[in-house]
Write a protein that binds this ligand. Structure first.
Ligand code: ADP
Ligand code: ASP
Ligand code: MG
Length: 295
């Protein structure tokens, strides 16, 4: 059984949330691949950098760095080790922020968010005795060069995942990034806002996963946005068509492109809350069915 589990920004929004994710992964041996978003709010902050005049960009970088350092300081990680891992990424932020913005450079800048959260999570998982290994998604999710919303090259992704990930799975739990990829030439790309769900589905497809779990801050897919509509209800089982309509009409709980890899490979999806992960129902691996959690 191979489960790909994706954790969104709020699932790594603070130190407690990092620990909660580590608990979920530690307690479920079926989760073999962990796909992470940037810490909540970080992608927006990174986008802001290039909108600033040059003399203000350093402050924006420092703000992002202190947000990460704050969380790290509450995680009891080995200080020397985590500093050695994160410092090059903080330096990368400063270096890019001094340059003239291009679409390609913006993708490179945004990739720092997901690379940082997944690097920190790898170390937290190790504390929980999970044999976590950090894998850079840019070596696996190969795309065209449409920066900002690149299109994945499915055959190349499958080839690379089979070649590089399957051998690692024998001994390790893979920790990687959503949202980011690269061109065949190695230039960083992104899949569009909210694209981590889509990345997770691409990994699930390429690895022939049995299940894709999307962990977020709500207990499943609701009849409407539960943050805005207090009496919205969880929908226990949804068809592909219904979910497609919901996500295209703005239900950002699942990026609309997520469905296609799963339908192609008949992989069910479960949407679960990181903060109430036990709320669940049995899985029906029916073609085109999207299964959500039940309250
Ligand atoms: P993540 O950071 O985990 O990817 P998102 O913010 O992208 O999370 O998506 C989860 C959010 O989607 C919820 O907090 C909720 O406000 C919103 N949402 C909008 N429509 C729906 C819906 N129909 N069902 C569930 N959540 C929805
Ligand atoms: N971090 C990216 C974003 O905020 C991708 C994602 O969260 O899915 O859009
Ligand atoms: Mg999302």
């Amino acid at each position: 059984m191979l489960v790909v589990a994706k954790f969104g920004g709020t699932s790594v929004g603070n130190a407690q949330a990092f620990k909660q994710v580590a608990n979920i992964v530690h307690n479920n041996i079926k989760i073999r691949v962990v796909v992470l978003s940037a810490i909540s709010g970080v992608t927006n902050k990174l986008i802001e950098i290039f909108k600033q005049p040059y003399n203000n960009r350093k402050n924006k970088c420092l703000d992002i760095i202190s947000l990460h350092e704050n969380i790290i300081s509450q995680l009891q990680l080995n200080k020397n080790k985590i500093t050695a891992l994160t410092q090059p990424l903080f330096n990368e932020l400063f270096i890019i922020s001094k340059l003239t913005a291009t679409k390609s450079l913006l993708d490179q800048l945004l990739s720092v968010g997901e690379r940082l959260s997944s690097m920190i999570m790898t170390e937290v998982l190790k504390q929980y005795d999970v044999r976590a290994i950090f894998v850079d998604a840019r070596n696996l999710i190969i795309t065209d060069d449409y920066f900002g919303k690149a299109t994945p090259e499915l055959n190349e992704i499958k080839f690379r995942c089979q070649d590089k990930i399957i051998p690692l799975l024998k001994e390790h739990i893979i920790v990687t990034q959503g949202f980011i990829g690269s061109t065949a030439e190695g230039v960083t790309t992104t899949l569009g806002r909210g694209g981590s769900d889509y990345s997770a589905a691409l990994f699930a497809e390429a690895l022939n996963a049995n299940l894709l779990e999307i962990y977020t801050d709500v207990k499943g897919v609701y009849t409407g946005d539960p943050m805005l509509i207090p009496n919205a209800q969880v929908i226990p089982i949804l068809s592909f068509n219904m979910m497609e309509r919901l996500s295209k009409s703005g239900a950002k709980v699942l990026h609309p492109d997520t469905l296609f890899p799963c339908v192609r490979m008949n992989i069910p999806i479960m949407v679960k809350s990181t903060f109430a992960p036990d709320i669940t129902l049995k899985i029906l691996a029916n073609n085109c069915l999207l299964i959500t959690s039940k309250v």
